[in-house]
Design a protein around this ligand. Structure first.
Ligand code: DX5
Ligand code: ZN
Length: 215
């Protein structure tokens, strides 16, 4: 069993972003890009200009993770920025997530639904058949470099069981505090995409860290 590794550019060196983009191009599978609005989460990260710039030299697909309120207002623009996968949080909108997932799909982009650690994974189950992937947060969305929450293994297992029992092909992405220490257990639990910020960009040997997590 193995997983795709998606380094989170939130932990990249923004003064030398091109260097870190080339690192992902060479060794990883996806670019994970965290968009924060200072409202859904208490932090602000980056937006369209940075995503457009990364897209212009990326040779691996962009996985854009929206931590913003009212995501439906920006779906089209993020799809035009070159997102290959686009996720938003279930509780970031009061509206039904189903048409929003549909909007993403209509743009030819893979739709994903994300949840924070305090939301039961069962809340994702009604949407598993219309999501290309679900993003199970293993820290509270908003900041890089937080400690991995151990409950995540069980949450991934329950979601994987549901996906298998219904014969679906939904992917499971895990995000937050992922490192070579917990990657293999996450893969055994059923994760197939691992997001890793600090453990890649702060590693002495980022390529080795990526290889160690892939499984
Ligand atoms: C947190 C972000 C994560 C974060 C991961 O809100 O969604 O993608 O960048 O960073 P690490 O791997 O350092 O926890
Ligand atoms: Zn993220």
């Amino acid at each position: 069993m193995s997983a795709l590794i998606a380094p989170s550019l939130l932990a990249a060196d923004f003064l030398h972003l091109e260097k870190d983009v080339r690192l992902v191009n060479e060794y990883a599978d996806l670019f994970h890009m965290d968009v924060m609005d200072g409202r859904f989460v208490p932090n602000i990260s980056f937006g369209f200009p940075v995503i457009d710039a990364v897209h212009s030299i990326a040779t691996k697909p962009l996985d854009v993770h929206l931590m913003i309120r009212h995501p439906q207002a920006y779906i089209e623009r993020f799809c035009k920025s070159g997102a290959y996968m686009l996720s938003f949080h279930l509780d970031a909108t009061r509206d039904d997530p189903e048409p929003i997932l549909g909007m993403i799909l209509e743009q030819g982009v893979k739709p994903g639904l994300a949840i924070n650690p305090n939301i039961p994974v069962e809340k994702l189950f009604p949407y598993l058949d219309i999501c290309d992937f679900v993003l199970i947060m293993s820290v509270y969305a908003g900041f890089g470099g937080q400690a991995f929450i151990e409950d995540t293994y069980g949450r991934v297992e329950r979601t994987r069981e549901e996906i298998v029992s219904r014969g679906l092909s939904t992917h499971i992405e895990v995000d937050g505090g992922v490192s070579p220490k917990n990657a293999s257990r996450l893969i055994s639990a059923g994760a197939d995409i691992l997001v890793a910020g600090s453990s890649v960009f702060r590693a002495e040997d980022p390529a080795a860290a990526i290889a160690a997590m892939r499984g």
